[in-house]
Design a protein around this ligand. Sequence first.
Ligand SMILES: Nc1ncnc2c1ncn2[C@@H]1O[C@H](COP(=O)(O)OP(=O)(O)O)[C@@H](O)[C@H]1O
Ligand SMILES: [Mg+2]
Length: 256
Amino acid sequence: MGKVLAIANQKGGVGKTTTAVNLCDALSRENKKVLLIDLDEQANATIGLGISRELVEVTSYELLVTDISIRDAIYFSIDNDFDFIPASIKLSEIEGKLHGKPESRLTLARKVDTVKDEYDFIIIDCPPSLGSIIDNALFASDAVIIPVECDYYAYDALTQIVNKINQIQKQKRKYNRSLTIEGILMTKLDNRNIFGYKIVDKVKDLFPSKMFKTIINRSSHIQEAPMYGKTVLKYAYTSRGSKEYRELAKEIINNN
Ligand SMILES: Nc1ncnc2c1ncn2[C@@H]1O[C@H](COP(=O)(O)OP(=O)(O)O)[C@@H](O)[C@H]1O
Ligand SMILES: [Mg+2]
């Protein structure tokens, strides 16, 4: 049975998408069968993997609002070793469409359940918000990875996403489903600056048992890779950023 991991934080720019695409590549290089689901209307994961938005017909939007099967939304990329469900700008219409329909929170979960046996990991890249899309993602997930940028506002925002996880945890119990925190991932650490380490310590004080050992440092290779439609592992395999995401993949495999 595969494990479904949501990469979530309502704050933008903290490294959710970067973590989603690079973790998928790193896990697949450990011979894991991986599916990436892009749930952000900005489709950064889709674009960052070099997939043209114009070329995809079925996306995660159709998955959430129509009765298509998940198999009809999965793309098999030639360039990457993991499977993929792209996002569409139409996801911006979702809140209006799903408003007042609490059962719709289970749509993605029900569909993901039908392919869970075929994957070792299903990774969901979430949008920077706390609405219906994140509810769908958290209902479908077994656990959450929370990327936290090493800056003060990101630290402050952490309590909001943890509250959301607690709230969904309670709701999921009614359906016999669980949700845990897989780990908090500190990202974009500037190792020339003592301030970032202070944030790491503050988060450790709050969640001593929830921190990943791996920390992702700020890196130009990580930043540049999407421009070439590549993961950092493909773009610069021997770089520090690539090594850190490979370490994260190993840490997750060892924890499961
Ligand atoms: N470790 C890192 N070092 C340098 N730049 C990074 C790093 N992680 C992410 N970025 C950059 O920061 C920006 C936001 O990252 P992204 O993954 O898109 O965040 P989110 O999905 O949470 O909005 C992007 O331009 C990305 O390339
Ligand atoms: Mg993103």
